[in-house]
Each structure stands twice: as structure tokens, then as C-alpha cells.
Design a binder for this molecule. Structure first.
Ligand code: HEC
Length: 152
């Protein structure tokens, strides 16, 4: 009997943990951004586009902040600080090499966001493919990169 209740408890707890890791689409108006269609770009097409910032900030705070930290402004979050994602590229001086580094970084960003992160069967981050349109994903990246450059 005791073993059964432990089993039930474990099932309930793991279901709760799982429920926590479901990707929920943020409610955000991305109509100010040029539409990109279904096929994901290899690199972020919105870098330098001011309209992407507000869209990205809102979507980030709705969809990513609970794990990656409020407003991309804290190091205390359980998940990695996304402001560090392109840190290696920022240090590069040559423009061609820097562009290649950023392209690589963008491919990693898109791949990770779309697939999520499952490590030895444990969902660390749910997959966002089919939940987050690429317009919103790229806008989120523009937002946290801006945070990194503000040094916040
Ligand atoms: C349920 C918590 C959770 C949510 C919500 C979440 N993530 Fe994550 N994410 C993680 C964890 C944990 C990792 C680290 C996984 C690992 O490497 O073990 C991670 C890793 C990443 C990485 C790779 C970071 C690196 O340094 O390699 C990116 C990029 C990323 N997340 C983007 C996002 C974006 C964008 C959103 C919002 C749309 C988001 N995440 C929402 C938990 C989450």
C-alpha cells in the first residue's frame, strides 16, 4: 500500500514537472515585422531592426523569462543567461570572421529553440517548433542581444 502511494506520488510529481515544461505560445503582435514564411532562415534577419525589440521583449518575458530570467537582466536564473550566447563572437575583431561566428550562433539558436533540450530523457527545455513562429524567435534573440550590449 505504501509502495503504491509512493508510486502515485511520483507519477503526480513528474506529471507536474512535465506540465511545467510545456511550451506555451506568447501572445504578441508581430505584424510590425517583415513576415518570413514557414521555412526558417539560417541567420537572424531582424538584427538592427528597432521594431524587433519590443516584440522580442514581450515574447521573451512571456515565454522564456520563467527559466532564463526576467527581462534578460539576471544571472540568477536556473537556465543559461542568454546574454552570453554570442559572447564569443562579440570578441572577434575581423568582420568576415565575426559574420561567420554570428551565422553559426544563429544556427545554434534556431536549432536549440526549435528542438528544445532533452538530456538523457529529461526535458530541460521544451521544443518550440510549431509553437513559436520564427518571426517571434528571431525578435527574442534581437532583444536579449540588445540587453547584452547594454551590459545589463
Ligand atoms: C522550462 C524552462 C525553459 C523555458 C521556458 C525556456 N528555456 Fe531555454 N533552456 C532551458 C534550459 C534548462 C537550458 C539549458 C539546457 C542544457 O543545456 O542542459 C536552455 C537552453 C537554451 C538555449 C541554449 C543556451 C546555451 O547557452 O547553449 C537557448 C538558445 C534557449 N534555451 C532559448 C530559449 C528561448 C528563446 C526561450 C523562450 C522562447 C526558452 N529558451 C525557454 C530552459 C528553458
Amino acid at each position: 500500500m505504501r509502495r503504491l502511494s509512493i508510486l502515485i506520488l511520483a507519477a503526480v510529481l513528474s506529471a507536474a514537472a512535465w506540465a511545467n515544461e510545456v511550451a506555451v505560445a506568447p501572445v504578441v503582435d508581430a505584424s510590425a515585422l517583415p513576415p518570413l514564411g514557414e521555412v526558417w532562415r539560417e541567420t537572424n534577419p531582424y538584427r538592427g531592426l528597432p521594431e524587433a525589440l519590443a516584440v522580442g521583449q514581450s515574447a521573451y518575458n512571456q515565454a522564456c523569462a520563467r527559466c532564463h530570467g526576467a527581462d534578460a537582466a539576471t544571472r540568477a536564473a536556473p537556465a543559461p543567461d542568454l546574454r552570453n550566447l554570442d559572447r564569443g563572437c562579440r570578441r572577434i575583431v575581423g568582420s568576415e570572421l565575426k559574420a561567420r561566428c554570428m551565422a553559426d550562433n544563429d544556427a545554434y539558436f534556431a536549432k536549440t529553440v526549435r528542438r528544445g533540450k532533452t538530456i538523457v530523457g529529461v526535458v530541460h527545455m521544451p521544443p518550440w517548433d510549431g509553437v513559436l513562429p520564427q518571426e517571434v524567435a528571431w525578435a527574442i534573440q534581437v532583444f536579449f542581444e540588445a540587453r547584452a550590449r547594454e551590459g545589463r
